[in-house]
Design a protein around this ligand. Structure first.
Ligand code: EPS
Length: 389
């Protein structure tokens, strides 16, 4: 069981979403306002559906923070669903006279089919409600707590959209993060942005959806987070799991990633050069490893890329079956997004922040920010004393 952990609850159209965060140190400045910034970033992006017009996501802090500082107690948060007003009957906790009309037309690519079988249901609604990516709002709120903590150590996490609907940005390295934050699709290249928007418009006209790729970057990491000694301590494995768990993410790569499969070792590995004539000093002219070697951070920026499939809810539904009759029937459609790749990048940042915060707490320990900072500052790998970063 990790030192830093969280659990979430809530349905897409229920009363609200909740999260409890455990293991954050005492003495960290934290506010609802700070968390709101990331929640707003998640809601944005060209290609989002009508739901995002209804919601103004805001996390209310219920516990664990006093006079602007964390106390070390569990941090509880709630994000109320504004749309719940329109779903009171369908999502009522107590039985109602009308009940809710069951959803029985299974959406290919979503959790509907395995979910109804696994939970023994005649109605897709309970599966749909929890499998909705609305749940990622809580992850982003928790990720903001982790981000605030990492900031204390000079660690920053960003993301940008690399591709949407087959429109791929030429390598822009390093991206200008202000340009990314202002972009409608979180793309660093304005020319590709136009083509991405056109691809989203075209898919929308066709009642279809588009996916893509995002890249997340973490800078300012000390050397030695994670460990080579055990499979579940390898940081690439842990980040991989965290990012793969984002709905619609179908692949994760680090640094040069999948392209390495076709190359020779001499083309892949980042040489180690002298960093000055001092002992234990070096520099790395390239970062194809994406900041990780042997399951540990190596002091280089962490580079994580994720492939996002087109979302499964289609305005022009795919062929499917009605659970009630077993007869052919078009899949269920209420409303949906056309493209969520920009939002997925923000969620990716949150999941990476959570894993990094956990790894920092493991390595440097402590119950208060002061205590962990003392331990951090006494570690050579965190000061850039060893190597050159
Ligand atoms: C989402 C809210 C949902 C969808 C989307 C994510 O709202 P609704 O279902 O009310 O339209 O916009 O859900 C999915 C992508 C999905 O696969 O279920 C949100 O808050 O991000």
């Amino acid at each position: 069981m990790g030192t830093f952990r969280f659990i979430t609850a809530g349905e897409s159209h229920g009363r609200g979403l909740a999260a409890i965060v455990e293991g954050m140190v005492a003495g960290l400045a934290l506010s609802e306002e700070y968390i709101r910034r990331d929640l707003e970033r998640r809601q944005g992006g060209y290609g989002r559906g009508p739901r995002m017009q209804i919601e103004k996501d805001r996390a209310e802090l219920l516990s664990g923070v006093r006079h602007g500082l964390t106390t070390g107690s569990p941090i509880a948060m709630v994000i109320w669903n504004k749309d719940w007003e329109n779903w009171r009957e369908v999502m009522s906790v107590s039985p109602t006279e009308k009940g809710g009309e069951p959803v029985t037309r299974l959406r290919p690519g979503h959790a509907d089919l395995p979910g109804v079988v696994k939970y023994g249901l005649d109605d897709v609604r309970p599966i749909l409600e929890r499998s909705s990516a609305r749940e990622t709002a809580t992850r982003v709120a928790v990720g903001a707590v982790a981000r605030r903590f990492l900031e204390e150590f000079g660690i920053e996490i960003h993301s940008h959209t690399v591709a949407i609907g087959g429109q791929r940005a030429e390598k822009v390295a390093p991206p200008n993060w202000d340009v990314v934050e202002r972009s409608a699709v979180r793309c660093a290249d304005p020319e590709t942005e136009k083509r991405m928007i056109a691809a989203i418009d075209k898919a929308k006209e066709a009642g279809d959806t588009v996916g893509g790729l995002f890249e997340a970057v973490a800078i300012g990491l000390p050397v030695g987070l994670g460990s080579h000694v055990h499979w579940d301590r390898r940081l690439d494995g842990r980040i991989g799991q965290a990012v793969m768990s984002i709905p619609s993410v179908k692949g994760v790569e680090f640094g040069a990633g999948f392209a390495q499969a076709d190359q020779r070792g001499s083309q892949v590995h980042d040489v180690i050069q002298p960093g000055g004539a001092k002992a234990r000093s070096w520099q790395r002219p390239t970062n194809r490893a994406g900041g990780l070697e042997g399951g540990m951070t190596n002091g280089q920026p962490l580079l994580v890329r994720a492939a996002v499939k087109p979302i499964a809810t289609l305005a022009r539904p795919l062929a499917s079956v009605d659970l009630r009759t077993g007869q052919e029937s078009a899949a269920h459609y209420e409303r949906s997004d056309v493209c969520i790749v920009p939002a997925a990048g923000v969620i990716g940042e949150a999941m990476i922040a959570i894993v990094l915060a956990e790894a920092m707490l493991e390595k440097f320990g402590g119950d208060s920010l002061k205590e962990i900072k003392r331990s951090y500052l006494s570690y050579p790998g965190s000061l850039g004393l060893e190597g050159s970063r």
